[in-house]
Design a protein around this ligand. Sequence first.
Ligand code: GAL
Length: 687
Amino acid sequence: MSPTRTPVKALSGSGKLVYGCDYNPEQWDSAIWREDVRLMKQAGVNLVAVNIFGWAELESLPGEYSFERLDEILDLLHANNIGVNLGTGTSSTPAWLTTLYPGILPQSASGTRAWPGGRQAWCPSSPQYREHALRLVGETVRRYGAHPAVRLWHVSNELGCHNALCYCDVSAGAFRSWLQARYGTLDALNKAWGTTFWSQRYSSWEQILPPRTTVSTNNPTQVLDFHRFSSDELLGYYQAEAEVLRQHSTVPVTTNFMVTAHIRNLDYWSWAPHMDVIANDHYLDHRLDAPATELAFAADATRGLAQGRPWLLMEHSTSAVNWQPRNIAKGPGEMLRNSLAHLARGADGLCFFQWRASVQGSEKFHSAMLPHAGTDSRIWREVLELGSILETLAEVAGTTVKAEAALVFSWEAWWAYDQESHPSSDVRYLDQVHAMYAAFWEAGITVDVVAPGADLSRYKLAVVPGLYLVREKDSAALAEYVANGGTALVTYFSGIVDENEKVLAGGYPGAFRTMLGIRSEEFYPLPPGRTLALSNGSTASLWSEAMRLEGAEAQLTFTEGHLSGTAAVTRNRHGAGNAWYLGTVLDPASLRDVVTGAAGEAGINVLGSPTGLEVVVRSGADHSYVFLINHSDEDHKYAAHGHELIVGEDVSHAVVVPAGAVRVVRTSDPAPQTAGPSASQKDDESD
Ligand code: GAL
């Protein structure tokens, strides 16, 4: 457990906001380093991550270390007052290591060993990998543990990005030990995994394997436990590196999380308490329908991991990435909107991957702060602009975001939900989470993202999308929250199984039936493209269920098909609170109506209508900062009183946010906890 949590602003060296990047000087001649540092200073960069992929450079042969080039880099950065986020360099193994120990290379579920030549090709349980990596960490921290440039230790890089799940024999052994610790006896394991099914019973620990490729489907609890094990195994590895670092250095330690739509292998709720700084990497994902909304969700989730305190955006991109099918470049102003959306949602530092665009290797078409085009480029001008805006916004550092609604999110539920052999492969956990989140985003209601079982007492509303797997204590905590006057909004395929993937029988959703006052007998997923008419004139898709009311009132009913006349959306009075259930997929407009209806009833001041204006408030002791991010093609007007920081003008009653622009108003007005575009946005007058 991390003894202290370091304030992110301390990493800037001045108590201001952090502005930084990954820097890979090993890809460049030392003559370029000086030019780089000069330009970094011009941009206002104050923290640079180096040595992320440095292993082969530092230890070119086993046990032969050469730190001279890294010494020079650290000294150069320090002389220019730029702090270092020092990588331990263990993320990618040198060729000699996997040649000596090919067993380090991870193995897929079907038994294929990965070849070296990419990155992160190591098995998280490999003793040879760990021994050599920790030896390098020891050498590095002994050399730089007290170097004045070093402000943060950056363990490995995006642990588990490529290698989270390894199915080799070494991993199998580690998995067994993990299972022994979890279950104690084979009987307990057989019971938890339901191994009476399909003759899967184990009579010795040695028979148990990771869920390797079978000719049919794997045991779902085995799959789930393998996810839990794999997350714990990498966390154990993180802790091993952190322990070596802490023996020789008092500098805070962290690693970069990947709270993002396309990576789901680590349960960051269990990782977060071990970090001195919560740091996330986020890239806009153009494979999604609403990339900017997903960015906001990831930022809110990262703030949740930081328990509401400021966090660090360790990586994002100035423009295109290189790893999506079509790598869409950002349009003018888009980088600023993205970067400041992270800041609005609680980041106290913004860093990019990477400083100077590579000219070789598979990331050579990935954008950077300094693009191939050089300084005579839009990207560079926007990089300078962002640097100066961060200077202007320095006073925001340390302030926090306060929300009246919470969204319950669970990596474990995600692993369980998206397994095979479920009622419909068209319903996916993250789609549900994103749909619910988008409805709040569009209504201008800021949400905190919390873990199942979190204390909800300070929230007026808790939204629980697709919490398919839920522990008894966590469903009880939610019911108690509602009984005490809270409002819950639970969506379909929630509360179905316990922590061992065992169905809570007796009618769905077993874990929430009483609180919701309903009982479903059967699910009727709909094929893509098929819809069912609803009583409000809209249509439902993808999911329906045969629901009986046991105390709840129907808010919407199906008016078509054999479920015609039965409930699709319900509300139940439970104790002093209300529990809503969405038993189908609503179209976005109906979903927004339900969300704003439930939120309004819960006492949340919903002012907004969907306009593309993202509004988030950060508050400090004396002031609040209203961030206004205009994603639309139209100018918007927002009622506010105070001082606008980006253009630097007083605002007496409304501020205009031009199309595509961002404005930040410092105000002494009591913090608007929920901020939607105000009714006065249609006024013609502005300041
Ligand atoms: C991250 C990684 C960086 C770089 C970047 C490209 O996943 O940490 O090293 O590869 O992606 O988007």
